[in-house]
Design a binder for this molecule. Sequence first.
Ligand code: ASP
Length: 313
Amino acid sequence: MSDTGTYSLMVHGGAGALDNVKDDKTAFRYLDSIRRTLEHGRDVLLLGGSALQAVEACASLLEDDPVFNAGCGSVLNENGKVEMDAAIMDGRNLSAGAVAAVDNIANPVQLARLVMTESEHVMLIAEGAMRFADHCGMARVPEDYFYTPDRVEQLHQARLKHRMMLDHDDTEEDSEDQKYGTIGAIALDPAGNLAAATSTGGIVNKRMGRVGDSPIVGAGVYADNETCAVSATGFGEDFMRTVISKTVADFMLMQGMDANQATKAGIDYLKRKVNGRGGVIVIDAAGNCASDFTTKKMIHGWIEKSGEVTCRF
Ligand code: ASP
């Protein structure tokens, strides 16, 4: 661990064509949420919070914003139900916690954190995860907490087309113009500790029981003080098959790359091996921030080495 004395923070709110962002008002709505989340995470770090606390706080805020496909804004599966996945990882010692196919929980990332700190396991799923939530005293929220009119209409459209859709996919089948609205947060604190968190509702009209990359350590999330913190968003099956987050970390570990080089190498690998769709955000141990994506856009923002807040698509 190196004491950098500065902090870095990055968050994302999904990748895709973002064709639904057709006007300044909608663009502002997304970017304002990203900005406010970064400002909140900055406050956590400036008040002495760890990278782990910062990513949990940022991910929770994004889960509470219905424009993103996580927490209250989660998409619906083939049965019209919410099934959410989330994970959190601590780069200090590779501790990790994850939950998959959970419902009735406002902040799955917080349940993932409890799996990490209060159980001897890394991942709990479905009913077992919910029982663990009860055991930890985590409040359950009613089903209508999740059912925004947009999500119900989105599932209706997917069913009409007899297909599985990705978040905010309002385009032709097989089009690249899709949005993957998962959220993620990664941080380096001034003590040199890295952490990462990712949370999602998955894919519209997905099969019951489908689990994506987001809760899989090394696929949708990864943090190791020796290399970097990574959070991914995009077509989960592509990321699972390429173990994309660990692949980026391995480019650093084995080839001495920095954040920019490793991120580019990782996305090149994703394209070359599976023509994968999506992107990653990355912070290396020196606090360098990097991002890359194969989709047209990715909603994301960062504070690099205690600098200014920057947000973009
Ligand atoms: N990666 C997520 C999944 O496949 C989707 C997303 O990023 O929006 O479940």
